[in-house]
Design a binder for this molecule. Structure first.
Ligand SMILES: [Zn+2]
Ligand SMILES: [Zn+2]
Ligand SMILES: [Zn+2]
Length: 255
């Protein structure tokens, strides 16, 4: 079982269009960040994507994902769902709809944002997506892979994190309730939101993410959803405490 980080950037990605800062100009491949997303892969070749943002197509191609068992949706900000139209190649090659799992209110939002997908007589060739509601702390299984959805807060918005075995993926949050902290015991790998250094109304900043990561105490933690204001990968990664690292696109995490 392993996770691959498909994107580790915040909503604008890095480089930011028109930006001349040292991070956006950096030649280090670790400073090039697509929008935050990941894929979980088991040893049987089953792939489960987490989120489906604007870089979904490029991320699937780059990671050579040819089959997808489902997509877990954390929340409905554009950088996490706007790539949904690009599930079509999976519909065609796998000859079936793609199951998409999320909180009921998030699925409702997706239904209204992608009306052409869910109307009664969709255009032939429109994406085929089955919306499957899930709830925090109620385990689900996809192709035998056990997944526990975990509630976190993103400002005043509910977001789902996911625990799969001893891995957990938590993006877009600035507050993790105690119940969820309790579900994150004994992790080998934690993947956690960390935007930049200033305080933010809906994301952990660098300092907060380190404090929370140390409290959760996973064997290793990798930070994601990174802004160009975070600084160069190389210099910030060096400042992380032991067992905590900045994630980068393409990084494969396994224990
Ligand atoms: Zn920049
Ligand atoms: Zn968000
Ligand atoms: Zn986001």
């Amino acid at each position: 079982m392993k996770f691959q980080l498909l994107g580790t950037g915040t909503s604008q990605g890095i480089p930011v269009i028109g930006c001349h800062c040292e991070v956006c100009q950096s030649k280090d491949y670790r400073d090039k960040r697509l929008r935050t997303a990941a894929v979980f892969m088991d040893s049987y070749g089953h792939n489960i994507a987490i989120d489906c943002g604007p870089d979904f197509r490029q991320q699937m191609l780059r990671a050579r994902i040819n089959e997808l068992e489902g997509i877990l949706i954390t929340h409905t900000h554009n950088d996490h769902i706007v790539g949904l139209d690009d599930v079509r190649p999976f519909n065609f090659s796998m000859k079936r709809s793609i199951p998409l799992y999320g909180l009921e209110q998030h699925l409702e939002e997706i239904r209204s944002r992608f009306t052409y997908v869910f109307e009664d007589n969709p255009y032939p060739g429109a994406p085929k997506i089955d919306l499957i509601p899930i709830s925090p702390y109620k385990p689900l299984a996809i192709q035998g892979i056990q997944i526990l959805p975990i509630l976190v807060w993103h400002g005043d918005l509910e977001v789902l994190g996911f625990r799969i075995g001893n891995y957990a993926y938590i993006t877009d949050t600035n507050r993790i309730p105690e119940r969820s902290i309790a579900e994150l015991r004994d992790l080998d790998i934690l993947i956690l939101d960390s935007l930049h250094h200033k305080k933010h109304h809906s994301h952990f900043n660098f300092e907060q993410s380190i404090t929370v990561a140390q409290r959760i105490g996973a064997r290793r933690t990798f930070l994601i959803h990174i802004s160009h204001h975070m600084g160069l990968h190389q210099s910030i990664d060096r400042r992380c405490p032991e067992n905590i690292h900045l994630g980068f696109d393409g990084m494969i995490l396994e224990n």
